[in-house]
Design a protein around this ligand. Structure first.
Ligand SMILES: *[C@@H]1O[C@H](CO)[C@@H](O)[C@H](O)[C@H]1NC(C)=O
Length: 300
């Protein structure tokens, strides 16, 4: 009896100690933006202007967002040392790219953040997720970067605030819509110029035009699948290292937006050099996979 009371006391003490732990100091200049290169096209690396930049991606040619304007945006610190983006899609799940979470043993999910370099921000929530909470698409192929999608289950259901809100998934019928030439919005803390070596302190966004599939295939050939969507980098705009896994959203109306894509990979020595498109995982192609791996109901 005494023994169990002692144990309870120790446990309570431990919980109190954990809860009052001062916020973790992170040296953000040492956090590496994640990048993937389609191994299938490794030979491109030797050709000038064709080096794949990979999914990490930075927002290039964009602007700093108004704090709180992208309340679904998540920042992911992976194994304490690498960085990706993600999106909150319910009070329990964050969606991101498989190349961000594959092989990870811990992911710190930042919600409601704006200046990620700050030790603390009002309304920011940081949740640590162990590898058991990571759901990576079983058919993710790092060679072709296909099925580049994963889910993170948060350690508990969260309460939404003005700074933390989910972005909705497309309905089944919206997933069939042709978005060609429409302008969508990508966001992230990715590097904001080719010369930057670390991620951007503040969240940035850029409007990107959906590129017709034949043009994207002209650059990437058969690596582009119906489960991808490409945007035009012709105006010096795109994603880059550190944006990986982050959202591409469609403002259907002023008040209704949904997630169309996840930043997957790109190409070129520069993130937007010579018009190489930004390539995203097309979320609409994975609605059944999301249904099967979460408790989220997919609308028709
Ligand atoms: C979509 O809305 C966001 C703000 O909610 C804005 O920053 C962005 O520019 C809009 N995108 C387009 C393509 O209109």
């Amino acid at each position: 009896m005494k023994c169990s009371i002692l144990l309870v006391t120790i446990l309570l003490g431990l919980v109190a100690a954990l809860a009052s732990e001062p916020p973790q100091k992170v040296d953000w200049s040492k956090i590496k933006p994640i990048d993937v290169i389609p191994g299938k096209y490794d030979q491109w690396k030797t050709k000038p202007g064709t080096l794949a930049r990979g999914a990490g991606g930075r927002i290039i040619g964009g602007v700093e967002v108004k704090p709180g304007a992208f309340p679904h945006q998540a920042g992911l610190r992976i194994n304490g040392q690498s960085f990706c983006g993600g999106s909150l899609i319910s009070n329990l799940y964050v969606i991101t790219a498989a190349h961000c979470t594959i092989g990870a043993y811990t992911v710190d999910v930042y919600l409601g953040a704006h200046n990620i370099y700050e030790d603390e921000e009002e309304g920011r929530l940081v949740l640590t997720c162990p590898y058991e909470n990571l759901i990576v698409h079983a058919a993710y192929d790092p060679y072709s970067i296909s099925n580049d999608i994963s889910l993170i289950m948060l350690p508990q259901r969260i309460t939404f605030t003005d700074r933390i809100q989910p972005i909705r998934l497309p309905t089944r019928s919206e997933a069939l819509d042709d978005l060609e030439n429409l302008y969508l919005t990508a966001s992230g803390w990715g590097r904001d110029s080719d010369s930057a070596t670390s991620i951007s302190p503040v969240l940035r966004s850029v409007e990107l035009q959906v590129q017709p599939v034949p043009i994207c295939k002209h650059f990437f050939s058969d690596i582009i699948l119906p489960s991808n969507i490409c945007t035009n980098s012709g105006r010096g705009q795109g994603t880059c290292s550190g944006d990986s896994g982050g959202p591409l959203i469609f403002n259907k109306t002023n008040t209704d937006k949904y997630i169309v894509g996840l930043t997957s990979f790109g190409s070129s020595i520069s993130c937007v050099d010579a018009g190489w498109p930004s390539v995203f995982t097309y979320v609409g192609a994975y609605l059944n996979w999301i249904r099967d791996n979460t408790d989220i109901i997919i609308e028709n």
